[in-house]
Design a protein. Sequence first.
Length: 99
Amino acid sequence: MIREAAMLRLLPGAAPAFERAFASVAPLLAGTDGCLSYRLMPTLESPEIYLIEVDCRDLAAHTEGFEPSEAHARFMAPLEPLLLGEPIVVHVPVGEPEG
């Protein structure tokens, strides 16, 4: 399993609109083959910075399945106008700890 972590910087004052927009498109993410779970979290440090975590079966399910899809385009369409720049995205393995 992998986790995509995306940090999103929002335009000033856009948090309420962003949360509404995310709620309206979240089913597109949840319905993706290989998507196991997701969560959207505001940060404590700034009301304009959010973190999205998406747990997927594997990296290919997300990067080759969801990201190039029409569902991803529809998912991002209402969110992108509320973002200040590109999201910072990383993928990390999730599983048993080493050691």
